[in-house]
Design a protein around this ligand. Structure first.
Ligand code: ZN
Length: 300
């Protein structure tokens, strides 16, 4: 299908330009290089890989609504579970684990940059433990709380992920559209780069699967109409499609699952995407595993 070119104004944040001395403790991941379009490592005929990811706070009604919706669409989404959510809704979390890909979203949802390295490690490991105790599965990926609006992680976060044997992260943003631009302090953001990449830490690697700006929280917080939100997400999708990239939506049961109209919006967006050729829906762990297989093959 021929894509009509839609002007997409990318907000360029000069990452290195905003780097100043008092930020030396901040962690800047490797510049995003050595990645490739999805047809080189996901599937030969892939033009874009779409991933729906839910940072799983939210109540039972919202979570159930999403599970039913994803079932009806036959989509394998990724749920980034909070330890507290496992405590509160163990049966529901078990159901989620049975069908979907799992990540950790910490235990109590702190802003990681405001707690110590040790406290971060405790948050990640305790969430990993309770997810395992509740579901029999370990989370394979991680997403930092508040990563859609703050400097929400630092060097320690990535060191702690390695210590916790979590090798996939999805906390860093990418593509944005002019109607909603990211806050200035949302650094570590590669606005033109919708591809997975590798973050090197002491010779070890974490696969970063970046998400598309804005998240549902940001979109709905900015008092946009549903039509405007749909328009913004479509623009970002068209950009990712042209780039043969990944399109990772950062969603929340408490936002997208809150009202039926928002589920309907997501359904409309999915229908829109399905009209294009070579659109794959996939989970974060599947994307990461195909990407890392490809990286290894290329290294040999
Ligand atoms: Zn969150």
């Amino acid at each position: 299908m021929k894509i009509k070119y839609v002007p997409l104004v990318l907000i360029i944040i000069c990452i290195f330009g905003t780097f100043n001395l008092h930020n030396t403790l901040l962690f800047f991941p490797s510049p995003p290089v050595e990645s490739a379009p999805v047809n080189q490592w996901f599937a030969e005929d892939a033009n874009v890989v779409v991933s729906l990811t839910f940072d799983a706070e939210g109540d039972e009604i919202q979570l159930n609504r999403l599970i039913s919706f994803l079932d009806s669409e036959n989509i394998n989404a990724t749920f980034m579970l909070k330890g507290e959510t496992c405590e509160k809704y163990p049966a529901l979390v078990k159901r989620i684990a049975h069908k979907f890909d799992l990540g950790s979203h910490t235990y109590t949802h702190p802003l990681l940059t405001e707690i110590s390295k040790e406290a971060q490690l405790d948050e990640i490991q305790r969430s990993k433990d309770i997810i395992y105790r509740t579901t029999g599965k370990y989370p394979s990926s991680f997403r930092a709380p508040y990563c859609d609006g703050h400097k929400s992680y630092n060097k320690y976060t990535f060191e702690n992920l390695l210590l916790s044997e979590i090798y996939i992260d999805s906390s860093i943003g990418t593509v944005t559209t002019a109607p909603i631009s990211p806050p200035k302090d949302l650094k570590q953001f590669f606005p033109e780069y919708p591809y997975p990449y590798v973050i090197q830490m002491d010779g070890r690697m974490i696969i970063e699967i970046p998400w598309i700006y804005p998240s549902d929280s940001i979109a709905y917080d900015n008092s946009n109409t549903l039509d405007q939100i749909l328009y913004i997400w479509k623009l970002a999708f068209e950009y990712c499609y042209e780039q043969k990239g990944v399109y990772v939506l950062l969603l929340h049961p408490g936002r997208t699952g809150k009202y039926i109209e928002r589920i309907t919006l997501l359904k409309t967006l999915i229908e829109f995407m399905r009209q294009y050729d070579g659109v794959y829906f996939s989970s974060i762990s599947t994307i990461a595993s195909r990407f890392s297989d490809w990286k290894n093959i290329n290294k040999e």
